[in-house]
Design a protein around this ligand. Structure first.
Ligand code: SAH
Ligand code: F3S
Length: 434
């Protein structure tokens, strides 16, 4: 039988990218690059901010037109918006054939069968009570150098602004043997670098094992050259985790550690469970152990009763730490979160102003840090053709900096080469093999 062709439009985080691959694999489908030739179109949505969920709904409307020429086309919505609004989506969009939350992925073959059956159902799959959540192994493009492995679903923290615990449910940690098995499979298919993902990845625990033990086990996987993980939660950075990172020669010298705000008052309002002193102490311990560790963070401006001096504390923090990258957002109220019922939030014009001040200053810090790399040598794992032209290759350093490498043959894809940095841009470096 001919494989059905599936077009997936993916919004949001790495977990969604991973989930899109799992959908393809669960359906044993042929992924296609164009919606025009697809048998099934799935919009895998993100609900983290209001803008993201509007985008998802308008995407569904756009694909509806294709049903005119192809009445058998199935259009479905998956991901966090699907989970959040469930039934309402089916009601508001008669041309939408199914709605499936993140925990419904193992059921996708049945969902499609039900639609194609005589009864032409419009399935709604948003149950949180799913045991076999990790059951589907991801689809990995053969020869792809980097891949993702999920080690955790959901989140047990209760940050006041965040929709994730609602849409992805409470934390479920994946057993070690499944994580190792999937890693080995991806390595067999050509992966050299794996990023282990979870909402608070370093809170992973399973049968008396903690995240530091997991890192120790991952180091033993033959053929796996680089280990990354994201996203870490500051309160769960233990001393053991730091020493395990330091002693692990596969763990990359890079950490994404969302701080959200530089003000203790705002952090309390956000229910982040750590103080800025704790955060800085963890950074200090990490830098003592791994002096060249590259750091990135997330920041929300305009949450709750944030005042000018709270925002100033955030600015002082980014000046002091000099993160390599900062992902910054204006607070967006999400339905059903504690933030929705809080009395005050910062007016939009002020939040926008703060956001642009922060982004402008961080841009300079990032560029300065990139320029400092000129003249230095780094190991770069080459991943593919450069996005800028098809002559150069690109890869990344252990610090997760993208480097475009000049004059190198494509047979080097998948190899780690020593590169001298010759130029620096805002978001990438340029170098030559030495
Ligand atoms: N632990 C998760 C966090 C997911 S959300 C992870 O895997 O990264 C990613 C970032 O979006 C958060 O760190 C936060 O900075 C931002 N964010 C979350 N909810 C938000 C909201 N309601 N408004 C604006 N930004 C938000
Ligand atoms: Fe959201 Fe906080 Fe969890 S940001 S994903 S509730 S750690």
């Amino acid at each position: 039988m001919k494989k059905q062709s599936v077009f997936i439009e993916t919004y949001g985080c790495q977990m969604n990218e991973y989930d899109s691959d799992r959908i393809i694999n669960a359906l044993q489908a042929e992924p296609v690059d164009s919606p025009n030739t697809a048998d099934v179109i799935i919009i895998n949505t993100c609900a983290i901010r209001e803008k993201a969920d509007h985008k998802a709904v308008s995407a569904v409307g756009r694909y509806n037109k294709l049903k005119k020429n192809n009445p058998n086309l199935i259009i479905g919505m998956s991901g966090c918006v699907a989970q959040l609004y469930g039934k309402k989506l089916l009601k508001d969009m008669p041309y939408l054939d199914f709605v499936m939350g993140p925990r419904g992925i193992p059921k996708i073959p049945k969902i499609i069968d039900d639609i194609r059956s005589e009864h032409k159902q419009r399935p709604l799959e948003t149950s949180m009570d799913v045991q076999d959540i990790f059951d589907v192994t991801p689809y990995h493009k053969k020869g792809k150098i980097s891949g993702f492995v999920s080690i955790q679903q959901g989140c047990n923290k209760k940050c006041a602004y965040c929709i994730v615990p609602t849409t992805r449910g409470s934390e479920i940690n994946r057993p070690l043997d499944e994580i190792i098995f999937e890693s080995q499979e991806l390595v067999k298919q050509g992966a050299k670098e794996l990023t282990y993902i979870g909402q608070t990845v370093n809170s992973w625990k399973h049968s008396k094992m903690r995240f530091n033990n997991l890192l120790d086990h991952l180091q033993e996987i033959n053929g796996l050259e680089r280990i990354r993980f994201t996203t870490s939660f500051p309160k769960d950075i233990s001393d053991k985790m730091i020493s395990s990172m330091k002693n692990n020669n596969k763990v990359c010298r890079q950490l994404h550690l969302p701080v959200q705000s530089g003000s203790n008052r705002v952090l309390r309002e956000m229910r982040r469970t750590y103080s800025i002193e704790w955060y800085k102490d963890r950074i200090q311990k990490l830098k003592d152990a791994i002096p060249d560790l590259a750091l990135s963070t997330d920041i929300i401006v305009g949450f709750g009763s944030e005042k000018e001096d709270d925002f100033e504390s955030t600015m002082n923090l980014i000046r002091e730490i000099e993160f390599d990258t900062v992902y910054s957002f204006k607070y967006s109220v999400r339905p059903g979160t504690p933030g929705e019922n809080m009395e005050s939030h910062v007016p939009d014009e002020i939040a926008s102003e703060w956001l642009s001040v922060l982004q402008a200053e961080q841009k300079e810090i990032t560029l300065k840090k990139n320029i400092e790399k000129i003249g230095s040598n780094f190991n770069v794992l080459l991943e593919g053709f450069s996005k800028q032209n098809n002559k150069d290759l690109f890869g990344r350093t252990t610090h997760n900096k993208v480097v475009n490498v000049k004059n190198v043959d494509q047979s080097f894809i998948g190899k780690t080469v020593r590169v001298k940095i010759t130029n620096a841009m805002q978001n990438s470096l340029v170098g030559e093999i030495i």
